[in-house]
Design a protein around this ligand. Sequence first.
Ligand SMILES: N[C@@H](CCC(=O)N[C@@H](CS)C(=O)NCC(=O)O)C(=O)O
Length: 299
Amino acid sequence: MSLNINSKIASCGGKLLKCTHDSVATKTAMNVNVYVPKQFYTAAKTSQKIPTLYFLSGLTCTPDNASEKAFWQLQADIYGFAVVFPDTSPRGDNVPGDPENSWDFGKGAGFYVNATTGKYKENYNMYDYVHSELPQLLQKNKDIFEDKIDFLENVSIAGHSMGGFGALSGFLKNLNKYKSCSAFAPIVNPSVVPWGTKAFGGYLGETSKSKWDEYDPCTLLKNTENPDNKYKIMIHVGTADPFLEKQLKPQNIVAAAKGTTWENAIDLNIVDGFDHSYYFISSFVPAHAEFHAKHLGLI
Ligand SMILES: N[C@@H](CCC(=O)N[C@@H](CS)C(=O)NCC(=O)O)C(=O)O
C-alpha cells in the first residue's frame, strides 16, 4: 500500500511529513506523521541508515499533538534519528466509538491492543498496526525515504500515558524488535486502573483476564526474560500529575519487577511539580532522546 503525503513542513533542520494511508489492520485510512531529520538531507548515503523512534501518544491525541508540542524534532536532529507519530485509533463514520461518547475509549483511545470483542474487533487492531503494519509500510516506501531510514530494525519506542502503556507493552512483547523503551507518565498496570479496565473490558472482554495479561506490562515483566540484564526502561512521571494515583500507579511496575530479571532495569524518575501535559513531556524529551540515541548506536 502506498503512503500519501498531505503536507511536508519544514521543522528544525528537517521536514515533518503528514501522511495518510489505507490500513489492513484497521480497515480505515490512517494518519501518521514522520519527522525526517536533517541528516537525511545533509549526509551522504552510507550503509548506516537513520534509525527510528516510534512515539505513541495518549488519550484524545492525533499524530499532531506530539509533533507540535513534544519538541522531538530538535533532539532528532542532534542525534540523527527519524520520529514516527502514529494516530491513537482508527477513525471515521463507520468506526464504532464509546457508547457513552467519552474521551477515554473508542476513537482517540485505541489503547494499542488487538480487539477481540463484538463490534470493536473489526477496526481496533492498533497493536498489529503500530508494531507490524506501519513499520513495514514505511520501509516499503522507498520512493519517499530513499531507503535511507531504517523503520524496522534499528528502532526504539516511547510513549505518553496510554501511549506509555502501548510502548511498554509493545516493547516487552517484542524484545527482539526494539532497542530501547521509555515512557512519560505511563499507565503501567492497566488491569487495575479505571482507564485500563474500561479499555481492556471493552476491547478484550470483561472476563478474558488471560488476554489482559498478554498486554499488561506488570504481568509481561514477570513472563519475559531480560537477557543478561541487557534492556533498561526509562520512565518519568510528575508529582503534580492529576492521574498519578488513580490511573498511572508507576510504583506498580517497580514492584512487579522485584525478584525478576527486570529488577534493576526500571529507571523510574518521579519529578517534582510536573503535571501530565506536554509542558512535562517536552521537559524530559531531551533525556529520553539521549537514552534512545545510546541504544540506537548514535552516541
Ligand atoms: N483534558 C484532557 C484529558 C485527556 C488527556 O490529558 N490526554 C493527554 C493524554 S492522556 C493528552 O496528551 N492530551 C492532549 C494534549 O495535551 O495535547 C482532554 O480532555 O483532552
